[in-house]
Design a protein around this ligand. Sequence first.
Ligand SMILES: Nc1ncnc2c1ncn2[C@@H]1O[C@H](COP(=O)(O)OP(=O)(O)OP(=O)(O)O)[C@@H](O)[C@H]1O
Length: 298
Amino acid sequence: MSALLDISHIDMEFPTPKGPFTALQDVDLKIEKGEFVSLIGHSGCGKSTVLNVVAGLYQATRGGVILNGREVTEPGPERAVVFQNHSLLPWLTAFENVELAVKQVFGKSRSKAQMREWIEHNLNLVHMGHAMHKRPGEISGGMKQRVGIARALSMQPQVLLMDEPFGALDALTRAHMQDSLMEIQAELNNTVIMITHDVDEAVLLSDRIVMMTNGPAATIGEILNVDLARPRERLALADDPTYNHYRSRVLKFLHERHGKPDVPVPSAKAPEEKLQNGTASAASETNKAEQDSVEHAA
Ligand SMILES: Nc1ncnc2c1ncn2[C@@H]1O[C@H](COP(=O)(O)OP(=O)(O)OP(=O)(O)O)[C@@H](O)[C@H]1O
């Protein structure tokens, strides 16, 4: 069976005043329907570039992206994007922001009443039913991000693309959002690619973690299969050796194999503390990690 999404040997070169800059080289990744895949790597390595190529915002210099047997050449509603800074229209209510997307996708096939019901359903899914008639200026950052996710989900995309969706949120809100996303994922079985800098977030949410090497000419260094049963519960996982093995693998990759020497290394905290905060990014921890669940990129 062929993968739902085939990111096939993509190179990305940007023209710059000093000549072409090779951001990506031979990024090759197949994603199955219903998979949750995280992209992690140092700042500037090319994660957003990969996502933008899949979104159809950039055209790869070499290679290409096939979704459900069709080549991606431009943006489309079957690939909904959620950005770090919620991109809601400030003069529209939460309901109206979602309505825009719903009309774009279902305007011709569903009645007004069906669309209203669908918009409400998606806002309820992200626990925003109570504030659906508020404008972005009247709700918190976390609530705005929920509306952005509701808008993306309401398009019933084949792939949900998330570029650090929780990066701008405080630790507690971020943890709530991660839990909500896992609940939604359990219900809808979306195919998701999420960029994150947060190692705990990656392990908690993902089926696979794609670790990218530093640029220029960044590529996939390793892919970690996260074989933890779902539903996943953050506090229980804090003491789970398998969970800690996975997070050590990612930290090891970021710090030992592909870390930039000038990246400051945060002090190590206890895993539970990081989990409760929902915010452990690359820390200085290393561990005796086995190789079994790691695929090395060819
Ligand atoms: N339009 C562009 N023109 C020239 N260079 C670009 C362009 N877009 C990205 N780049 C370069 O490509 C590299 C990868 O950028 P990208 O934004 O994909 O990295 P990232 O891993 O998402 O970074 P971060 O984690 O900081 O968001 C960087 O060196 C960046 O400067």
